[in-house]
Write a protein that binds this ligand. Structure first.
Ligand SMILES: [Fe+2]
Length: 193
């Protein structure tokens, strides 16, 4: 490997309680207004946007080459809250190179990782501090916060994996997560007509 291609080692500091990377190169912020089309109750989302458009989730990353052999890593934090009676969640995505996996180690909070394949398989894995969820190749994935505090995870995935948000926006996830009378319910998606 020539000198000008050598990637130098580095360290990163986190605040594991707040769920933030202290010196990120990239800080993705998604507010309620960027979640249109993802929740069952569109009118409830519009009300939340009109009432101040609160933070939904954020992702902190470093600049890592998008190449096979490197590892991308991030901290992602999803805020607690409800849209109607549906729990706050991330948009979710497939990887641009679908045969790439990802691990999520939950650091704070409580929730689920919803996963689905294009063949119609669907799984919800519980997330709580100390629990790791393995997202295998070919599974779209989204996190859902069912608690009252931020749900934070540390994630690692192959350097060249990339993101594909478009397919899942069209397909949707077959499971939705609700909080009703303080109880968590996971049910099948029934699109409102
Ligand atoms: Fe991913």
């Amino acid at each position: 490997m020539s000198d000008n291609k050598l990637f130098m080692p580095f360290g990163v500091e986190y605040d594991l309680i707040k769920g933030i990377m202290k010196n990120p190169d990239k800080h993705l912020i998604r507010k309620a207004s960027s979640m249109k089309g993802h929740y069952e109750d569109a009118a409830a989302l519009d009300k939340i946007i009109a009432a101040g458009d609160p933070l939904h989730y954020e992702v902190f990353e470093k600049n890592i080459p998008e190449e096979n052999g490197h590892l991308q890593f991030c901290i992602s934090t999803t805020q607690p809250g409800l849209v109607g009676d549906e729990c706050f969640m991330t948009k979710g995505h497939y990887h641009r190179i679908p045969e790439t996996a990802e691990i999520y180690l939950c650091l704070t909070g409580r929730g689920y990782m919803l996963m689905k394949t294009k063949e119609g398989d669907s799984v919800a894995e519980e997330m709580f501090p100390g629990r790791m969820v393995y997202v295998p190749p070919y599974w779209a994935h989204r996190t859902v916060n069912t608690g009252d505090t931020p749900l934070t995870s540390f994630c690692v995935y192959p350097g060249n994996a990339g993101h594909n948000y478009g397919d899942i926006e069209v397909e949707g996830f077959p499971k939705r997560v609700y909080k009703r009378n303080g109880k968590i319910e996971i049910s099948a998606w029934k699109r409102k007509s």
